[in-house]
Design a protein around this ligand. Structure first.
Ligand code: CAP
Ligand code: MG
Length: 412
């Protein structure tokens, strides 16, 4: 039985013929052995030599360990290892991010990055609208988009939800969204909610303000397209899909449905089970790249060091780059900064993320001492101060709602 080596350190890889991945590996073994174990398990090998592997199969389909830099291992998989039309992201993930987590030889492994060859990228459509499409719908060409998550997350009736959105829009917000735990509970059925919110948005439009609201359609695979189409027919202006709990296929099914003519907002609830541990799991950057391929128009990327959720500035920037880079043949995704946002930290987020971002606050709007409309105004004033480069405390002196928000939550 031949023994095969998956090591190809220093070999020049044709980027148009391989999927190139980077893994951070913790192991008690020599790192070369651990890297080889990944390349073997995820392509043509297993834990022992096998009589059924021959030179031809190995030459064509074996993964290659092309670089090792400290604990960072680069592995290239031949494009032919992937089955995109039938198989798609589930199959991609089972190759680049599958059994390797269970390998006893590894204490930890984190998929940090992936780059796809053109032949694979071409088989995905990417966002229908993207960041610019959203901006056109909202008539907001330059300033950061500014949104809210209806709070409390559960419990409001359709009418109260619509009232919240009307107030938020009257205060100037461009985006509203359902929270991830709300879909079609008895106290707020999705059809009634969608219709009530649509009426509120129509009213706002008649008054000259453009706003969209993402209706959460996260559900079973067999139902999601029908629910998306129904929600659109009830007047939804945007749809929300939880990508980790529903799967990438759900985002793709909705985004590529030719009947769907509204943008898809992608929430990432449960992502931290995979992204939080620096030594194990999958980076958010990889998730963002896959969401972009599958057609998400907006995606939560973290708050770049501010807010209630974990996530450093560098990590946030990498996620932003996955949404916005020019190296893939797709429209750009609107990066969404959400989680513990409030007016006082808006300048910090804008400074870190720039203006092409959607900043949204649930508690930071609904918790304003004078209510939702004032909370929305305070968020908009904070965005304006950052956009115009005026220190927020200065701006607050002539903007009452912002001043109240700073008094309540400060600037940190
Ligand atoms: C924000 C949010 C989002 C988080 C999730 C929430 O509300 O709607 O789910 O942003 O984190 O319920 O927490 P608040 P991420 O504004 O009240 O915090 O965006 O990092 O995935
Ligand atoms: Mg939420």
């Amino acid at each position: 039985m031949n023994s095969y080596s998956y090591m190809a350190l220093g070999e020049e890889i044709d980027r148009d013929a391989y999927v190139v991945t980077k893994y951070r590996v913790s192991t008690d073994l020599p790192i070369e052995k651990a890297a080889e174990a990944i390349a073997a398990e995820q392509s043509t090998g297993t834990w022992t030599g096998i009589s059924t592997l021959n030179d031809d199969v190995f030459r064509k389909y074996a993964a290659k360990v092309t670089a090792i830099d400290g604990d960072m291992v680069t592995i290239a998989y031949p494009e032919e290892d992937f089955s995109i039309r039938v198989g798609a992201v589930p199959q991609i993930l089972s190759v680049i991010s599958g059994n390797l987590y269970g390998l006893g030889a590894l204490k930890g492994v984190r998929l940090e990055d992936v780059e796809f060859p053109k032949g694979i990228l071409r088989q995905y459509k990417g966002p229908k609208f993207g960041d610019q499409g959203l901006r056109e719908i909202l008539h907001r060409p330059e300033k950061p988009l500014v949104g809210t998550i209806v709070k409390p997350k559960i419990g409001l009736s359709p009418e109260d939800t619509a009232k919240y959105i009307y107030e938020a829009g009257s205060g100037g917000l461009t985006n509203g969204k359902d929270d991830e735990t709300l879909v079609d509970q008895i106290f707020c059925p999705i059809e009634a909610r969608t219709k009530a919110v649509a009426e509120a948005l129509d009213r706002l439009r008649e008054e000259g303000h453009h706003m969209v609201h993402a209706i959460n359609i996260s559900t079973n695979g067999q139902d999601i397209r029908e629910l998306a189409e129904d929600a659109q027919s009830w007047g939804a202006t945007q749809l929300m899909v939880d990508v980790i709990t529903c799967g990438y296929g759900a985002v793709q099914a909705v985004a590529e449905d030719p009947k769907i003519k509204i943008p898809v907002h992608v929430h990432r609830t449960m992502h931290a089970a995979m992204t939080k541990d620096p030594h194990n799991g999958i980076s958010m950057r990889v998730i963002a790249k896959l969401v972009r391929m599958c057609g998400g128009d907006a995606l939560h990327i973290g708050t770049l060091g501010a807010g209630k959720m974990e996530g450093a500035v560098t990590e946030g920037r990498a996620n932003q780059d996955a949404c916005q880079s020019d190296d893939v043949p797709y429209k750009k995704v609107m990066p969404v900064c959400s989680g513990g946002m409030f007016p006082g930290i808006v300048p910090k987020v804008v400074q870190a993320a720039g203006n092409n971002v959607q900043i949204q606050a649930g508690g930071g709007v609904a918790g304003h001492p004078e209510g939702v409309r004032a909370g929305a105004k305070a968020m908009c004033q904070a965005i304006d101060s950052a956009f115009e480069g005026i220190p927020i405390e200065e701006y607050a002196k002539t903007h009452h709602e912002l001043q109240l928000a700073l008094d309540r939550w400060g600037t940190n």
